[in-house]
Design a protein around this ligand. Structure first.
Ligand code: XCC
Length: 630
């Protein structure tokens, strides 16, 4: 058996440095260089003291100029900026969810998209009061997809998915006036409130930011996750590999990057098509290798074991290997830099969505009505490009780790059932986990999520924090680029259990799990919401009492703020390693880092010293345990 060793951040950096040498040879730009060009950042922007909302400005707040031209002070300005930031993220996740609902509307027994998890569909239909008896599963899928689409614009009422939360949490949302109504309405309201001459009261702006976040996590994202599972299967544990070493020297490498599995599922399918495989052979390749970047990677890794080439700040690296025939993207987190970069190599940068059009790309429109045909054309374009590879530029870093991924909520419950006899005698619940926590074998859990950000040494915060927490018997559930950081490091290899304290190590052995559980992409943080909701119901504790915290140590996107808002609004303290752009306002910052606790029982904690951030999370978890008397 080969010995197990984590991949260090230094090893990743060495691999990157080698790739940047190739980049220098071909005159490629890099994010590392652009960070230098952009530093120092504008302080007004970074701290939220710049208002660009009307054309009387932009106005910048200083001690000498404490109000903008309209008279808005720094608290109103930074509160509005924060709300707009949230609206951007919420819209993005929710629109992804909407696309998935549209894809669900196209399912056919012999179509490109089918119902792969009918049980889940029936469960949701019953939850929504839809008659299921004697109904064809495809008719049911169409009916449910229409109901889901109505959630985006319904004139009355609140989100259907809210009823999944514990009663107490729903009461808090109701009491505080932050229950999300129609998904799109919360985004529109946010834009309206922040228009010139509307809200400048920080409390009102932050309240809407929470509500708009909730319409993402307990609305649009939940549609994205649940209906993806219905069509593509609910993830179950599966083995894969992670890091740039998953690219294959002798094969056609197609990188799928972005978010929506409607595209990546089809690329994966057509890469196995005999006609495409024959084409690959005919151009001298041994086969077709698909690997992923960003959340798309999480989607196809969880369902098919497709290897993960890397996370957000590794997207340029896949092109720099010189062995990427095509990088196929849909929406979100795609560097426009990939256009010019791909031109330095033979790589085809294939954009597919009207939502994400970029210069220097080949646009092959992908829509769910013609999915198979479009996907085939994309795969064919990539395969035919193999002959253009410049062999002297090819260097694939010999660096990868094994990972077991695919811990959906359902997979976690199923795994817990296998150890049920050791703890409790019921199946199909989270009770074994509750008992582990109650007894102290597991002290608590951290949901670690979010991006990379050049403001933090890439992956270092994710990985160092995970290692620190595991030692303290704190289990990790992860998603997004944090999940890939963990997989690249080796923390999703079951052998990583040796990094845990004795209690958690024993649990990993009994349940046969890695200590860091991959729950999916960023829309799948909705899975984490379901998990905490069920933990609360099964334990009899409120969500706010659970020894569970959220953490985004390297976050960068608007989506991350939307997520943070719904996690906090659900009653879970959330720890950030990058300051939201509100520092200029002690009122807004004070609300986020304290004041909102009176509303929802949780708040943000910002700490730029990563080791201290870890200490604070451990303290928070222990404090919750003390309060519960466990
Ligand atoms: Fe994007 Fe979702 Fe962030 Fe990664 S973690 S950089 S948002 S891919 Ni979502």
């Amino acid at each position: 058996m080969d010995t197990f060793k984590l991949t260090t951040v230094e090893e990743n950096e060495a691999a990157t440095a080698r790739l940047l040498e190739t980049g220098a040879l071909v005159g490629a730009d890099s994010w590392q260089q652009r960070v230098k060009n952009q530093t120092p950042h504008c302080k007004f922007g970074e701290e939220g003291a710049c208002c660009r909302i009307c054309s009387m400005g932009p106005c910048r707040i200083t001690p000498k100029a404490p109000r903008g031209i309209c008279g808005c002070d720094v608290h109103g300005i930074s509160g509005r900026n924060f709300l707009r930031f949230t609206a951007g993220g919420s819209a993005t996740h929710s629109d992804h969810g909407r696309e998935i609902c549209h894809t669900l509307h196209t399912v056919k027994p012999d179509g490109d998209y089918q119902v792969k998890d009918p049980e889940k569909l029936i469960r949701i239909a019953k939850e929504w009061g839809v008659e299921t008896e004697g109904k064809d599963i495809y008719d049911l899928a169409h009916e449910v997809s229409e109901l889901a689409l109505l959630e985006y614009g319904k004139p009355f009422g609140v989100q259907r998915w809210l009823s999944r939360a514990p009663k107490k949490t729903q009461e808090i949302w109701h009491r505080e006036g932050i229950e999300p109504r129609a998904i799109d309405r919360e985004v529109s309201t946010a834009m309206h409130m922040t228009h010139m001459g509307c809200s400048s009261l920080p409390e009102a702006l932050i309240r809407q930011a929470l509500r708009c976040g909730l319409s993402d996590g307990w609305g649009g994202s939940m549609c994205g996750t649940e209906f993806s599972d219905v069509m593509f299967g609910t993830p179950m544990p599966i083995d894969t590999e992670a890091n740039l070493g998953v690219m294959e020297k002798d094969m056609v490498n197609i990188i799928v990057h972005g978010h929506d599995p409607s595209l990546s599922e089809m690329i994966v399918k057509y890469a196995e098509d005999p006609e495409m495989l024959a084409l690959a052979k005919s151009v001298g390749a041994k086969g077709i290798n698909i690997a992923g970047v960003c959340c798309t990677s999480n989607e196809v890794a969880m369902r098919h074991g497709i290897p993960m080439a890397g996370n957000f700040l590794q997207q340029e690296n896949v092109v720099l290997t010189g062995a990427c025939e095509a990088i196929v993207v849909d929406v979100q987190c795609i560097f426009p830099a990939l256009g010019p970069l791909s031109k330095c190599f033979h790589t085809k940068f294939i954009t597919t969505s009207d939502i994400a059009r970029m210069p220097d790309s080949d646009f092959i429109h992908f829509d769910c009505e013609n999915a198979g045909e479009n996907a085939k054309q994309i795969v064919k374009t990539a395969v035919e490009n193999f002959v253009n590879r410049k062999q002297d530029l090819v260097h694939i870093p010999d660096i990868k780790q094994k990972a077991t991924v695919g811990y959906s909520f359902e997979a976690i419950v199923k795994t817990l059932d296998t150890v049920t006899n050791s703890f409790v005698d019921v199946v199909g619940t989270t009770k074994p986990l509750v008992e582990c926590v109650r007894s102290g074998v597991v002290r608590g859990a951290v949901a670690m999520v979010g991006c990379n950000n050049p403001k933090v040494r890439p992956d270092s915060a994710h990985v160092e924090l995970m290692k620190k927490l595991l030692k303290e018997d704190i289990i990790l559930v992860v998603s997004g680029c944090s999940a890939q950081a963990a997989a690249k490091a080796g923390l999703m290899d079951k052998r990583a259990k040796d990094l845990c304290g004795d209690g958690l190590k024993r649990v990993c052995e009994l349940a046969d799990i890695p200590p860091v559980l991959h729950m999916g992409s960023c829309v799948d943080i909705s899975r984490m919401m379901i998990l905490v909701a069920e933990l609360a119901k099964d334990s009899g504790w409120d969500i706010t009492q659970l020894p569970v915290v959220g953490c985004a140590p390297e976050w960068m996107s608007e989506k991350a703020v939307s997520i943070g808002n719904y996690v906090v609004a659900t009653g879970i303290d959330t720890f950030l390693g990058v300051h939201p752009m509100v520092k200029a306002s002690n009122v807004v910052d004070g609300l986020l880092q304290g004041g909102i606790r009176d509303w929802v029982g949780a708040n943000y904690h910002v700490q730029l010293d990563i080791d201290k951030l870890g200490d604070e999370m451990i303290e928070a978890i222990e404090a919750k345990r003390d309060a519960l008397g466990i």
